[in-house]
Design a protein around this ligand. Structure first.
Ligand SMILES: *Cc1c(COP(=O)(O)O)cnc(C)c1O
Length: 315
């Protein structure tokens, strides 16, 4: 296996992020529930994209990029964090966003305003149009540029969550289950592959908050990421159990998600978000109710960030 250290990595975040027990929610559920605080990754408002950007932006730098393009919806946490991180590394971010969702100057749009980020909207549902627009702008500006896909979810980005699995292994507690949100796939694919490498006996559950075919996306990205590491582990559906928690649609709050956001806020003083982590934690509550977790099991919830959405998405 090629060591993760052999990939260039920009130091952007505070790692390892803390793992803490959710004492009140554990008492409520009669289960041992822990939280991995990837909402405290240390740039912007924190979040999972920082781990991916450490690898993606180091690659951009190594390739001599001056401009970094990325995309997402109007309230994309990934796009906002890309702008924050690229700026710190001396590159200029241009966000070519889908004109979908809340485009007003609230939430992540407000944060981008504060950073002076170059934000452009394209009225399309097709990412092919977006990537074509990036090439058009890049050629027009005539500077070396680098394109990061939606959510930073390619193999290089997913490597950030393989490294996170190794980080969890080094934090001392065995977890029988890890639960995370799945929106573009890199976090789940990285954690699920990383669990195979570093966390024997741990099942990673992906809580789908969008309607893409994650049953195909997840194993494909796991294999591609394994390919980067020059390994080819056997991957079966048992390695990436998925659950549909999307509700009324991507970036539209769900009743279950909102209840989970409120529960975490009331009992633990920790804020989830309506687009990703609230829906994902609602999925954890369902798994607990269905008896998927045994009484002595340790369960780890990945708090992947998303605070910006709290100030933009109607709940
Ligand atoms: C992007 C995002 C996710 C989903 O991660 P993917 O790697 O895109 O599947 C989860 N939580 C938050 C807060 C995010 O911004």
């Amino acid at each position: 296996m090629k060591p993760i250290e052999s990939f260039p990595r920009a130091a952007l975040g505070f790692f390892p992020t803390p793992v803490q027990k959710l004492e009140n929610i554990s008492a409520l559920l009669g289960r041992n529930i822990y939280i991995k605080r990837d909402d405290l990754t240390g740039i912007g408002l924190g979040g999972n994209k920082v781990r991916k950007l450490e690898f993606l932006l180091a690659d951009a730098k190594a390739q001599g990029a001056e401009i970094v393009f990325t995309t997402g919806g109007a309230q994309s946490n990934h796009a906002m964090l890309t702008a924050a991180a690229a700026g710190r590394l001396g590159m200029k971010a241009i966000l070519v966003l889908k004109e979908r969702g809340v485009t007003a100057c609230v939430g992540n749009q407000l944060l981008e305003r504060l950073m002076g980020t170059d934000v452009r909207f394209v009225d399309t549902d097709d990412y092919a149009d977006i990537y074509a627009e990036m090439d058009r702008i890049g050629k027009e500006l005539g500077r070396p540029y680098y394109k990061i896909p939606c959510g930073g979810s390619n193999a290089l980005g997913a490597l950030g969550y393989v490294a996170c699995a190794r980080e969890i292994a080094g934090q001392g507690l065995h977890f029988d289950h890890i639960v995370c949100a799945e929106g573009s796939g890199g976090t789940m694919a990285g954690l699920a592959l990383g669990a195979k490498l570093y966390l024997p006996g741990t099942t990673v559950h992906g809580m789908m908050v969008d309607t893409d075919p994650f049953d195909k996306i997840t194993p494909a990205l796991m294999r591609e990421t394994a390919g980067l590491l020059e390994i080819a582990p056997e991957i079966t559906p048992a390695d990436y159990p998925l659950r549909d928690m999307c509700g009324p649609g991507y970036a539209i709050a769900s009743k279950e998600g909102n209840a989970a956001v409120k529960l975490m806020a009331e009992r633990e003083g920790i804020f989830l978000d309506p687009v990703y982590t609230g829906k994902a934690f609602a999925g954890l509550l369902e798994l607990a109710k269905e008896g998927v977790f045994a009484e002595q099991d340790n369960v780890l919830f990945l708090h992947s960030g998303g605070a910006g959405g709290l100030f933009a998405i109607e709940m």
